[in-house]
Design a protein around this ligand. Structure first.
Ligand SMILES: *[C@@H]1O[C@H](CO)[C@@H](O)[C@H](O)[C@H]1NC(C)=O
Ligand SMILES: *[C@@H]1O[C@H](CO)[C@@H](O)[C@H](O)[C@H]1NC(C)=O
Ligand SMILES: *[C@@H]1O[C@H](CO)[C@@H](O)[C@H](O)[C@H]1NC(C)=O
Length: 350
């Protein structure tokens, strides 16, 4: 009898609090692309790509086990939110009310707080191993200080033989709230454990940046980068002028053209020795270009030790700290409206 009661209670707990949500791994394969995931943080844990001779390498940094991701401070491959990037002073005002978010980086909030979307267990809604997987998370009112319930879905989809689409959707249920999601993959097109990305060439179709202060909080300015070390309007080696910057690249670029529903070409990255090339399109106004300046001997998968500049991140998103800058595109989404962020990657090797 007692046992039965326990069972009923346990079941109730599971249903109510999703305590029974298991952490698992998933795989999508199609054409020459093979990608793995875990529902912890909706992380993309590996991505295998052929080089110009057909040799497959894993081109994203990560860990061998899910425990690695639980322990992690790098956000390798994770979906970050509710608000990606930084919120200055860990607070913002919305409709006359102040909201205080979790100050997990000094006085500021980074990537949604200490237990953001990268550190929660997502459920799996839809999984077709030859095509796509959808992860879902119900974010609650007050989570890391953010207002209102929000339903979040992320779909990874393989298209054709060499394309990966990532669709991030979110719907606020009962209160207006800022929403800004990003996929925090660290790429190294040579292979995840091949050293640094300084000889990769990158082109960023973005003529402006949002400069930041010493704590990496935007000053509110939007400045042209032509001729500066930030200028990647023409393809150029990442390392060619990196020494002119403190630490390396960690800045939001304003993608050229008009933001909206349509996908715009954002970046092209290529690696000469393998011939691999990655092109990225997105519907977002900005892209954070980060050259893993803060990595210090992180123990990664296959016994890799990731050091400074071991990977590059291209996190398409809204502008950082938009909640505190009226001149930046708004990230406020109201109940009844929805947030949609699309990334499209095309991989080739020649
Ligand atoms: C897939 O890889 C094979 C072997 O390297 C190659 O012949 C083929 O062209 C590739 N397909 C695509 C779409 O890249
Ligand atoms: C977790 O982090 C601690 C301290 O950085 C480290 O000693 C430990 O090996 C890590 N565990 C895993 C599973 O990565
Ligand atoms: C918001 O989420 C909480 C906890 O998940 C739930 O109890 C509550 O009913 C939700 N409210 C609405 C309006 O959906």
């Amino acid at each position: 009898m007692a046992k039965r009661l326990m069972l009923v209670l346990l079941l109730l707990c599971c249903v109510t609090y999703s305590l029974c949500e298991e952490i698992q791994t998933y795989k999508l394969t199609r054409g020459n692309l093979s990608v793995t995931f875990t529902n912890y943080g909706a992380v993309m844990t590996s991505l295998l790509l052929p080089d110009r001779h057909g040799k497959q390498d894993d081109v994203v940094l990560g860990f061998d086990t899910v425990d690695g991701y639980k322990n992690d401070t790098t956000y390798f491959g994770a979906i970050v939110g509710r608000v990606a990037n930084r919120i200055g002073g860990a607070e913002f005002e919305l409709n006359g009310q102040m909201y205080k978010t979790d100050p997990n980086e000094g006085h500021n909030t980074l990537h949604g707080g200490a237990k953001g979307f990268s550190d929660v267990i997502w459920s799996v809604e839809n999984y077709v191993p030859t095509s796509h997987i959808t992860f879902k998370y119900d974010s609650f009112d007050g989570e890391e200080g953010f207002p209102g319930n929000v339903t979040v879905k992320v779909t990874y989809m393989l298209i054709g033989e060499n394309k990966l689409a990532v669709k991030m959707e979110a719907k606020p249920i009962n209160k207006p709230t800022p929403i800004n999601l990003a996929l925090h993959t660290y790429w190294n097109l040579h292979s995840h454990n091949s050293g640094d990305i300084l000889s990769h060439k990158i082109q960023l179709l973005a003529g402006k940046i949002t400069p930041v202060d010493k704590k990496l909080i935007p000053t509110g300015e939007i400045t042209a980068i032509e001729g500066t070390p930030y200028d990647f309007l023409e393809p150029r080696e990442i390392g060619s002028r990196i020494d002119e910057l403190p630490g390396g690249y960690d800045i939001n670029y304003v993608i050229d053209g008009i933001a909206g529903k349509h996908l715009r070409k954002t970046a092209i990255v290529s690696e000469e020795s393998t011939g691999r090339k990655m092109e990225l399109w997105s519907n977002q106004p900005g892209v954070q270009f980060y050259t893993s300046n803060l990595l210090t001997r992180v123990a990664g998968k296959e016994r890799a030790v990731y050091k400074k500049h071991a990977g590059l991140c291209l996190e398409t998103q809204g502008f950082p700290d938009s909640v505190n800058h009226n001149n930046f595109p708004s990230q406020i989404v109201n109940p009844g409206e929805s947030y949609l962020h699309v990334m499209l990657f095309r991989f080739t090797a020649h």
